[in-house]
Design a binder for this molecule. Structure first.
Ligand code: GH3
Ligand code: MG
Ligand code: MG
Ligand code: MG
Length: 324
């Protein structure tokens, strides 16, 4: 169910992503200007990784920004250039912030290597560099980089999930409540209009009763898609629970909001809902209450109350209708 919801939201399932095996073939950038050292590093690393080399520090920084590398090996002994500065630039640029930085230096460089670790370099290699140690440390850094990426992706996924309704992919009530408060204040401050639609599917209980709960869920998803298709990018569409959807329309006056509601109502009633694997289609209608901010309103709750009252009237007057 969680995986389904994630797919619906167009994001990778965090659990599945974490379970998949970490690929350890990395993209490595070597920043080094001594040909013999370059040759040795390349011949060791290229058996396991995709390796690029750049002797010029400025050029190297550009390549690091553009190249999506897992790990960058930085020589601290570059001709006429401070490798530590390169490390700190790599750590501060947005595009290279998560790249693993491995310093290469002489044993006498201890102090500078310590400085590098403080700046944020991840590890170091002391010359002469042992082949197996090189491979082991690079592998560790590639693994670290991949893990960081997965962690970041799943944190982002969780943050997205926290404000989304998993069944429909619309925003959820929590998000709606927060955003509505902000939109209300904004519209009041700028003396702009703000309209609200409250939509509720008619006799939805009988959809569940006649076709089953799964079919009911499919109807809800299709309903959400049709509502979304009738709204603009700046409109806020949220599932408030059950079969009730709220649409907030910034910069929209009552009559324009009524027109949007009428368009939604028509789009729902005009074509019965198809259900996967079922031969029959399901006729669906929706009732909609419309309201907008009035000068004296103290909070969004007052707009919400008028929309709810209008919805109640729409139901009482026979359903499949819009009342403002
Ligand atoms: P009305 O025209 O007055 O709105 O009638 P109704 O049957 O739509 O209204 P009511 O509020 O009585 O019923 C809403 C139903 O929605 C009850 C519940 O079983 C169903 N429901 C709520 N959430 C879900 C859901 O996530 N999936 C499905 N399939 N059904 C749900
Ligand atoms: Mg209903
Ligand atoms: Mg209801
Ligand atoms: Mg309500």
């Amino acid at each position: 169910n969680r995986a389904l919801a994630s797919r619906r939201l167009g994001i990778a399932d965090p659990l599945a992503a974490a379970a998949s095996e970490t690929g350890l073939n990395g993209r490595i950038l070597i920043i080094e200007d001594r040909p013999r050292v370059i040759e040795r590093l390349e011949s060791a690393l290229s058996a396991f990784h995709v390796v690029e080399t750049e002797p010029d520090p400025q050029q190297a920084l550009l390549r690091a920004v553009e190249g999506e590398f897992d790990s960058v090996l930085v020589s601290l002994d570059l001709q006429g250039f401070d490798g530590l500065r390169l490390c700190s630039q790599l750590r501060s640029l947005e595009r290279t912030r998560n790249v693993s930085v491995l310093m290469m230096g002489e044993a006498e460089d201890r102090t500078r290597i310590l400085r590098g670790l403080e700046i944020g370099a991840h590890d170091f290699l002391i010359r002469p560099i042992d082949r197996n140690e090189l491979l082991a440390r690079v592998r560790t850094q590639v693994r670290r980089k991949r893990f960081t990426e997965k962690l970041r992706d799943s944190v982002q996924t969780s943050m997205e999930m926290a404000v989304m309704d998993q069944l429909t992919g619309l925003h959820n009530r929590r998000y709606m409540d927060t955003r509505m408060a902000a939109l209300f204040d904004e519209s009041a401050l700028r003396a702009r209009s703000l309209a609200l639609l409250v939509l509720d599917i008619d006799h939805f209980k009988s959809v569940n009763d006649s076709y089953g709960h799964d079919a009911g869920d499919e109807v809800l998803r299709e309903f959400a898609d049709r509502v979304r298709a009738c709204t603009r990018g700046i409109d806020l569409v949220a599932r408030m629970g059950g079969e009730e959807i709220v649409v907030v329309l910034p910069d929209t006056a009552l009559d324009a909001a009524y027109a949007v509601a009428e368009r939604i109502r028509e789009r729902v009633v005009s074509e019965p809902f198809g259900i996967q694997g079922a031969t029959r289609t399901i006729p669906v209608t929706v009732s909609i209450g419309v309201s907008s901010r009035r000068a004296g309103d103290a909070s969004p709750a007052e707009i919400m109350k008028r929309a709810d009252d209008a919805l109640y009237l729409a139901k009482a007057n026979g359903r499949n209708r819009v009342i403002a």
